[in-house]
Design a protein around this ligand. Structure first.
Ligand SMILES: C[S@@+](CC[C@H](N)C(=O)[O-])C[C@H]1O[C@@H](n2cnc3c(N)ncnc32)[C@H](O)[C@@H]1O
Length: 203
C-alpha cells in the first residue's frame, strides 16, 4: 500500500484546511453534535500538542481565551497561551489552576504512551482522564462543559459514573473521525454542578 493510501481522508483534509492534525475532526464532530463552545468562552485544552484542538477552539471562542497544556512542546498558535508540563504532577496542576482561573470548557485528548497491552493502556488512559476531571473540580464554572478521551476497558463505566455525580448530562460518543481500529471513546459532560471545598458534591 502506498503512503498516500495509508493516510486516510481526514489526514488529507486536515492538510488542505491548514490544521495540524486529523484529530481536529473528532472535536469538530463532537462540537457539532453537543454544542460545546460559545463565543467568549475560556477553554483549557489538556494534552494539546501538536495543537489542532486548540486551533479549532480559538476559532470558535473568538474574543475568549484558550490555554493549552502538554507535557511535550507545542509550536505557538495565534491567540492560544501554552504551558508545558505534566498533568499528573500535583505542583504543575496547582500552578495551572491558578493561571487558568474559572473556565467554561475543559477538553482533554490526553493519551498515554501506547504499550500495546490493552489493560495497561486502558488503566493509564483512565488515570489521565481522572486528572482532567480533578482539574474540572478545581476550575470549571457552574454549568461548564467537559470533553474527555478514555480508552474503553473495565473501568470505563466506573469513570463515566463518576462524571455523572457532578454533571447534569453525560454521554459516551465515538466520532466518525476516530479510526475504526481505535478503542478510544469521548465522554461529553455538560452542566457542571460544582463540588464543595471539602470535595463532596454540592447537590
Ligand atoms: C493524541 S495527542 C493530542 C492531540 C491534540 N488533541 C491535537 O488535536 O493536536 C495526546 C497528547 O497528550 C499529551 N499527554 C499525555 N500525557 C500527558 C500528561 N500527563 N500531561 C500533559 N499532557 C499529556 C501527549 O504529550 C500528547 O501530545
Amino acid at each position: 500500500m502506498t503512503a498516500y493510501k495509508r493516510k486516510d481522508g481526514y489526514y488529507h483534509k486536515a492538510k488542505e484546511e491548514g490544521y495540524r492534525s486529523r484529530a481536529v475532526y473528532k472535536l469538530k464532530q463532537i462540537d457539532e453534535k453537543f454544542n460545546i463552545f460559545k463565543e467568549g468562552n475560556v477553554v483549557v485544552d489538556l494534552g494539546a500538542s501538536p495543537g489542532s484542538w486548540s486551533e479549532y477552539a480559538v476559532e470558535k471562542v473568538g474574543e475568549g481565551n484558550v490555554l493549552a497544556i502538554d507535557k511535550e512542546r507545542m509550536r505557538a498558535i495565534d491567540g492560544v497561551s501554552f504551558q508545558q508540563g505534566d498533568m499528573t504532577d500535583e505542583g504543575f496542576t496547582r500552578k495551572i489552576s491558578i493561571i487558568a482561573g474559572e473556565v467554561d470548557v475543559v477538553i482533554s485528548d490526553m493519551s498515554p504512551n501506547i504499550t500495546g497491552n490493552y489493560d495497561v493502556d486502558h488503566a493509564r488512559s483512565v488515570y489521565l482522564a481522572r486528572q482532567a476531571l480533578k482539574f474540572c473540580y478545581a476550575n470549571l464554572r457552574k454549568g461548564g462543559r467537559f470533553v474527555v478521551k478514555v480508552f474503553q476497558g473495565e473501568d470505563f463505566r466506573k469513570f463515566m459514573e463518576q462524571t455523572k455525580k457532578t454533571f447534569s448530562s453525560v454521554h459516551g460518543y465515538s466520532p466518525e473521525a476516530s479510526r475504526e481500529s481505535s478503542s478510544e471513546m469521548y465522554i461529553i459532560c455538560k452542566g457542571f454542578q460544582g463540588v464543595k471545598k471539602d470535595g463532596s458534591w454540592k447537590r
